[in-house]
Design a protein around this ligand. Structure first.
Ligand code: KIV
Length: 270
């Protein structure tokens, strides 16, 4: 029986070299992770966006390490092929490198993910280097970094001004030099993302960063039209499942109230 080869951090690097685009999506639970894995998604990110998408929070800031470990367990149990990456939540790696090591280690040991992601550039390069030295693969995340929303004050696109563009380029280089195996670039002009993609040897995964990145990531519930509280311009909605679900549940309620559910076929005799 042929076994689907597992995607590893090395696979992603080869994909960049061979100019094969990487398809990444978020996953927070076992059911969805299995569906996405079966459909051929290369990378499943257990994003801290679980806070806004699944927990009804306004930002990603409140999600805890224990909650991330739990969601990582659900996803990693389902993924047969995709690389599973767990997001380090706010304040799980910013306090100190030892803390970062312990918490990243928890995502691998308890959450059973194969890599972690953290937000930040040059300032976090020493943390990335330490995690990598300990055998923990790290995905970087630059541009719009939602954990810093209270510092930025808005979710506007980053890298518009020249100084910020230079900083983002330096951030990407520092992360790659520190050993990050891939870098998420969020909400920056396409031309800047293209420049960064050409400048670093590791794959870039764009979200709102134009078509030239080595891969793309979206929040699954956005692309399926399940999460409708807000819709960033970079989201392409492939389906409108919130409407579909609303219609299905409406039909069920109607049938129950009319007494047409369950039918004889849906009931037991005897
Ligand atoms: O938490 C998340 O879902 C993310 C991706 C959107 C990149 O960081």
């Amino acid at each position: 029986m042929s076994k689907t080869p597992k995607v590893t951090t090395h696979t992603l690097r080869e994909m960049k070299a061979q100019q094969q685009r990487i398809a990444a999506l978020t996953a927070y639970d076992h059911l969805f992770a299995g569906l996405l894995d079966n459909a051929g998604v290369d990378v499943l990110l257990v994003g801290d966006s679980v806070a806004t998408v699944m927990q009804g929070r306004d930002t990603t800031v409140p999600v805890t390490m224990d909650e991330m470990v739990y969601h990582c367990q659900l996803v990693s149990r389902a993924a047969k092929r995709a690389l599973v990456v767990g997001d380090l939540p706010f304040l799980s790696y910013q306090v100190g490198i030892e803390d970062a090591l312990r918490n990243a280690g928890r995502l691998l040991k308890e959450g059973m993910v194969e890599a972690v992601k953290l937000e930040g550039g040059c300032d976090f390069a020493p943390t990335v280097a330490r995690l990598v030295a300990a055998g923990i693969p790290v995905m970087g995340h630059i541009g719009l970094t939602p954990q810093s929303i209270h510092q930025f004050g808005s979710y506007r696109a980053r890298g518009q001004a020249e100084a910020e563009q230079r900083q983002l380029l330096a951030d990407a280089r520092a992360l790659a030099d520190a050993g990050a195996f891939a870098i998420v670039i969020e909400k920056v002009p396409s031309a800047l993302a293209a420049q960064i993609t050409a400048a670093v040897p590791v794959p870039t995964i764009g979200i709102g960063a134009g078509p030239t990145c080595d891969g793309q990531i979206l929040v699954t519930h956005d692309l399926l039209g399940l999460f409708t509280r807000f819709r960033p311009r970079f989201v392409r909605r492939y389906r409108e499942l919130a409407q579909e679900i609303g219609a299905a549940i409406g039909d069920y309620c109607r049938d129950v109230r009319q007494g047409s559910f369950p039918s004889a076929d849906e009931s037991y005799g005897g």
